[in-house]
Ligand binder design. Structure first.
Ligand SMILES: Cc1ncc(COP(=O)(O)O)c(C=O)c1O
Length: 413
């Protein structure tokens, strides 16, 4: 079959709905200044779907530095990959500050979180090694594992007894191959919001020889006393051998980093294909990240405000009878039962009649019949925003139960 014909026939699990959903349920356009109020289809809405945990995206000091750095350097500098011609004092300063913040010896910048994770996994292991990883891992971990030429064993999400079994299997294999074991988990799982069981995993090091790689995209800046992440939160930061953070969430920017020992970071610097063979982070992003990190470190009220809103939202939803699953982080999923048609009618009602904009997650990301409304609280939301939203959710839940959203088809808009 011709490749294009095949693509025409099978549009993919989400793509099959593109004609009915594009521009509203998928690829919506949020316009205006980044914040809790943005314009969607010409009208102001209350936004609960931006990874802007600390509210830094539109912080005046951040905007000032972003603007000044862009004016001074443009977006082109540095020209080239770090190894060849794209290094700078600012890149190295940011790496040093990130390493110190994470209490690690050194750090390496990544020009995108996703490709950085994929490439780091690829670079750390060879065909003699075994990867053990959590079944609910983010796509970037799955893609990294896909590149791996050796064995990989997956354990059911946060199932430590099973993880132990996989470590036993992995140990038997490396005894034959002479390889090593890399265990990968998330710090905070981005969909359900629960934390990886880092404490239990670190404790397994007493019985097994492995290195722990934690993707803490959602934990960096939000978890732990200083915001250093889920390792700090669970008091096992030293047990994390390789720590990944993205700039795309708490820092409201682009890019990411990996922090580890001096030796491991040097190895990554000289072997990670996504960094050796790609242009380095533009100067304004590096200078913007330095500013954001400074604010994250010196203004604990940002994280305190975030958690005030998180607690109000999560306890309010629970008190109103909603199922928010096992979240232990700002990520707030609301689990409902219904079809894709019902989910779209519900979202449409929330957007058009209550001016509330949140994301929905449906099959195939979650099993058929489950709808997740995913809320991302930020330091910029208010308790009034929370109360208003819970009341609107309560009303739409009554309609859902009464079958008012029932439909075989995606809502028209
Ligand atoms: C758990 C996790 N890892 C990695 C990434 C990728 O980060 P970035 O957006 O910086 O590419 C994300 C972003 O969605 C994420 O949620």
């Amino acid at each position: 079959m011709d490749l294009f014909e095949k693509i025409l026939k099978n549009r993919g699990p989400i793509g099959q709905h593109a004609k009915d959903s594009h521009g509203y349920f998928t690829f919506p356009k949020l316009e205006g200044d980044i914040g809790t109020r943005m314009i969607f289809r010409g009208k102001e809405r209350l936004i609960w779907s931006l990874n802007n945990y600390l509210g830094l995206a539109n912080h005046p000091e951040v905007r000032k530095v972003d603007g000044e750095a862009s004016a001074k350097y443009g977006l082109g500098l540095p020209m080239g990959a770090r190894m060849m011609s794209g290094n700078s004092n600012q890149h190295e300063q940011l790496e040093n500050e990130l390493a110190a913040f994470e209490n690690k010896e050194d750090a390496i910048l990544l020009n995108y979180g996703y490709q950085g994770m994929v490439s780091a996994i690829d670079c750390l292991v060879d065909r003699h090694d075994v990867i053990v990883y959590d079944s609910e891992s983010h796509a970037c971990i799955i893609d990294g594992v896909r590149l791996h030429m050796g064995k990989r064993f997956v354990y059911p999400h946060n199932d430590i007894a099973n993880c132990e079994k996989q470590l036993e299997r992995a140990t038997r294999i490396i005894e034959e191959t002479g390889g090593s074991i890399l265990l990968i988990t998330e710090g905070v799982f981005g969909m359900s919001g629960d934390q990886g069981k880092l404490k239990e995993i670190v404790a397994l090091k007493e019985r097994f020889t492995f290195r722990l790689f934690v993707d803490d995209a959602h934990g960096f800046g939000t978890m732990g006393k200083t915001g250093a992440g889920t390792g700090e939160e669970q008091n096992v930061q030293d047990g994390i051998d390789i720590y990944f953070g993205t700039f795309a969430k708490s820092m409201a920017l682009i890019g990411g980093f990996i922090a580890s020992t001096e030796n491991v970071v040097e190895y990554l610097r000289y072997n990670m294909r996504s960094q050796i063979f790609a242009k380095s982070l533009p100067m304004p992003l590096v200078i913007g990240a330095l500013k954001r990190l400074e604010l994250l470190r010196t203004q604990p009220e940002l994280k305190n405000n975030l958690w005030k809103i998180v607690n109000a939202l999560q306890s309010g939803l629970k008190n109103a009878g909603f199922d928010i699953g096992k979240t232990q982080s700002p990520v707030t999923p609301v689990y409902l039962n219904g079809t894709i048609g019902e989910a779209t009618n519900l979202i449409y009602d929330l957007r058009e009649n209550y001016d509330i904009f949140c994301s929905m997650v449906v099959y195939p990301v979650v099993p058929k019949g489950i709808i997740i409304l995913r809320l991302i609280p930020t330091a910029s939301h208010t308790v009034e925003d929370v109360n208003y939203t819970i009341e609107a959710f309560r009303k739409s839940y009554v309609k859902l139960k009464a079958g008012e959203y029932a439909s075989e088809k995606i809502a028209t808009f």
